[in-house]
Design a protein around this ligand. Structure first.
Ligand SMILES: Cc1cc2nc3c(=O)[nH]c(=O)nc-3n(C[C@H](O)[C@H](O)[C@H](O)COP(=O)(O)O)c2cc1C
Length: 331
């Protein structure tokens, strides 16, 4: 995968000058699962929040940890409670993650749950849970590390929800797309590449219509590797973030796979740059796009990008459904 790399060189004395958003983005490169950590107030009221800082620590004795932001509403409840439960979310629980990352006061009314042996909330549909006694609380900058000793646990074969660079990821969806887009496939593989808030469209010299960059459009076999080579040949630097659409043409049976990507553009470097044009969301030439399926996909992209909630479309070029795996800027 070709990627835009940002290098930051700072000496130790420059530490106070870290741009915190930038540092958070760097930490966000680490792909994690997503958990909901729960406990109860002294009064018995259930409390919970979304956390991806979960780490297994020790097998014997069994221990794990999570890090809680000191500014979280529930920080004191967690550090003072005798224990907590970790719920490892399954890949269809992105909405639950969003719910528990919110400030809603009725979080537990919106999900099904039961109490663990120690009474901490265990959410339905998770891929694993751990019931823990509080072992130690360690002060760590703007967070506290809460180490728990596991007193009971369960897991099943549901695949966990993934989280990277502020967006959710479903391993099954990625796998099925990767299989379709793998070497030797004849799928169209492309990406909606955004540069400075504009979408990059290429003009097809034969039809005069615009399309998003892709390999396999000219009836030659496409694949993710070929698409990446295609971008490299053109000197296009793009960082492919997430899957956006996987569909099959009802007429020809051809599969198409499109990703979302952010790119960098240097007109001097890019070959045939006159064929490439950047369009703001309000300037896309809708009447001059190469196919109806592409129009629908681009319109969905514009709507979802404005809301910063992206989904992945699965189906045919006429009928299918969008699975929502929303973006998040909270952590
Ligand atoms: C995917 C994801 C992971 C998060 N991980 C953590 C985390 O590890 N620690 C933390 O303190 N907050 C984390 N947050 C943010 C909290 O869930 C969020 O601030 C929540 O509102 C805290 O709830 P509270 O203020 O009701 O306690 C995460 C949010 C998301 C979406």
């Amino acid at each position: 995968m070709s990627s835009a790399v940002t290098l930051v060189f700072l000496s130790v004395t420059d530490l106070s000058q870290f741009d915190l958003r930038h540092l958070r983005s760097a930490f966000g490169s680490f792909l994690t699962g997503v958990t909901v950590v729960t406990t109860r107030e002294k009064s018995g009221t259930p409390r919970g929040f979304t956390a991806n800082s979960f780490t297994s620590v020790s097998l014997d004795p069994p221990m794990l940890l999570i890090c809680i932001d000191k500014s979280a509403e529930s920080c004191d409840v967690f550090t003072e409670s005798p224990g907590f439960a970790i719920n490892v979310l399954a890949e269809d629980q992105a909405e639950t993650s969003g719910l528990f990352a919110s400030k809603r006061t009725d979080k537990f009314d919106a999900v099904q749950w039961t109490g663990s042996q120690s009474g901490f909330p265990l959410l339905d549909g998770v891929s694993a849970w751990f019931d823990c006694k509080r072992h130690q609380v360690v002060d760590a900058g703007d967070h506290v590390i809460v180490i728990g000793e596991v007193s009971a646990y369960e897991f099943n074969d549901r695949i966990g929800l993934g989280y990277v660079r502020g967006g959710y990821m479903s391993l099954s969806l990625e796998r099925s797309a990767a299989k379709t887009a793998g070497a030797g496939s004849s799928a169209v593989v492309g990406a909606i590449i955004e540069i400075d808030g504009k979408i990059w469209l290429e003009k097809n010299s034969e039809t005069g219509k615009f399309q998003v960059p892709a390999s396999g459009l000219d009836y030659t076999p496409g694949s993710l590797n070929r698409f990446q080579s295609y971008l490299m040949e053109k000197n296009i630097s793009a960082s492919i973030s997430s899957l956006f659409a996987v569909f099959e043409s009802e007429e020809s049976g051809q599969q198409s796979i499109y990703y979302r990507a952010r790119g960098e553009f240097s007109r001097e470097k890019v070959q045939n740059s006159e064929k490439i044009q950047l369009f703001g969301y309000d300037d896309i030439p809708w009447d001059n796009i190469s196919s109806d399926a592409l129009v629908i996909m681009l319109k969905r992209y514009v709507t979802e990008s404005r809301r910063q909630r992206f989904g992945v479309y699965f189906g045919s070029d006429r009928d299918g459904s969008v699975k929502t795996l929303s973006e998040n800027d909270d952590d």
